[in-house]
Write a protein that binds this ligand. Sequence first.
Ligand SMILES: [Zn+2]
Length: 139
Amino acid sequence: MNKLRLVVTIIVALFIVAGVCGVLGMNGMSGILERIVMFVFTLICGMVMYLIVYYWYGNDYKCPSCKKRFCLKKTGEEVAKRENISVLVETNTRNRNGDVIGSLEQYVPGERITYRINKVCKKCGKGCYSTYRRDIPKV
Ligand SMILES: [Zn+2]
């Protein structure tokens, strides 16, 4: 999936954890001012987290009709298309001892399957769908 998004989410989550520790005085800070600063810091991080989840993640679950986020419900999945293609596979080459000494890339016959995920919006009731593809080597 989206690696950058995951990394950013984890970093912000760590900031929040660090901030909460600061507010509770777990990192040795005892001054009331320091705790207030940490509290504000945690609050800001929390808001950033909210924005990330709402806008960044929400984009994936946005209804195309009414633009509401997090209202799509998956109703089913079906195979939309099957195509014969060549799939690039990586095979390891080994020496006599069975150790991997390198890898070889080659094309083999395969199938590209397009899946269609049907969704319905809980707010406006309109249906929509998204697709994803998977390449499967036949050998
Ligand atoms: Zn909708």
